[in-house]
Design a protein around this ligand. Structure first.
Ligand SMILES: Cc1cc2nc3c(=O)[nH]c(=O)nc-3n(C[C@H](O)[C@H](O)[C@@H](O)COP(=O)(O)O)c2cc1C
Ligand code: SF4
Ligand code: SF4
Length: 249
């Protein structure tokens, strides 16, 4: 049985992981660990499962949220890791993911760094993974499946620091247009780290915000805005050259 576990701020990682997971088998059980309440569970897998774990890259690492890997546990379970990133670089994310997941009882037998649209610069990674990417990913997925079928669950090597220093993110200033806000509480409920309070209206605490922009993307009235144009410009100026996939077995 294929189990597909993912964290996704704005849904872009989710879309990518769903496309890729389908290459590993037909019956897929999806487990979305974006919300804090989901991460309070203990999802356990056995050695006959194949688990695909997908995470977005935030500042070169996996999202700095509590229990992001502690909510899942393998028992020598073969695992494929996928870092989805916005065409700058995936830095330490794959090495870090492997380290954390092997500590949790998984055997990381393959991995991929896949380019997707950048939340802060839409032109970076736009429409990726595209058809060519998916053709390459399919060949890689078949190689990983062959490896598992042979009973080979040896660890794959990845570049990067497996134990990077956590980075403190500075919240991107966000504004709520209270004239448009219908006080539905969706932003408050969906924030992966509960950094929004809601008494009679939503307000940002700005304590641990990871800048995932989930609040912005889930708001039904689109009344949360932010301006990160200097960052967008810097990304476009320096990282617009399309990067190649990196696939590991
Ligand atoms: C806070 C934050 C930090 C990011 N850092 C990086 C980065 O270091 N390298 C990169 O190439 N893309 C970076 N990106 C782009 C994301 O990796 C990309 O847009 C995507 O994975 C986000 O998916 P999601 O919205 O499903 O979480 C960053 C995006 C955000 C929101
Ligand atoms: S407040 Fe910060 S951490 Fe919470 S959803 Fe919004 S951007 Fe993400
Ligand atoms: S999701 Fe949007 S409309 Fe709903 S409470 Fe939050 S800001 Fe207001």
């Amino acid at each position: 049985m294929i189990k597909s576990v993912y964290f996704s701020g704005t849904g872009k990682t989710e879309d990518c992981i769903k496309k890729i997971s389908k290459l590993f088998g037909e019956n897929i059980n999806y487990i979305d660990i974006t919300s804090k309440s989901q991460r309070e569970n203990n999802f356990e897998f056995n050695k006959d499962d194949i688990v695909v774990v997908g995470m977005p890259v935030y500042a070169g690492q996996i999202p700095a949220v509590e229990r992001i890997t502690d909510c899942i546990k393998g028992n020598n379970t073969p695992c494929i890791i996928i870092a989805c990133y916005g065409n700058r670089h995936y830095d330490d994310s794959l090495a870090q993911m492997k380290n954390l997941l092997e500590y949790r009882g998984f055997k990381v037998v393959g991995g991929a760094a896949v380019i997707i649209e950048h939340t802060f610069a839409e032109s970076l990674g736009k429409n990726r993974p595209d058809e060519n990417d998916m053709a390459e990913i399919k060949v890689w997925a078949n190689n990983v499946i062959e490896k598992i079928k042979k009973g080979d669950i040896s660890s794959t090597d990845f570049p990067g620091n497996p134990n990077p220093e956590p980075k403190k993110s500075i919240p991107v200033p966000k504004t709520i247009n209270y004239e448009e806000c219908i006080k539905c509480g969706t932003c408050y409920k969906e924030c992966p780290i509960s950094d929004i309070k809601f008494d009679d209206k939503p307000e940002f605490k700005n304590e641990n915000c990871i800048n995932c922009m989930r609040c912005v993307s889930v708001c039904p009235k689109k009344c949360i805005s932010y301006d990160c144009s200097p960052l967008t410009k810097r990304l476009i100026d320096n990282f617009s050259e399309p990067r190649k996939l990196e696939l590991f077995v």
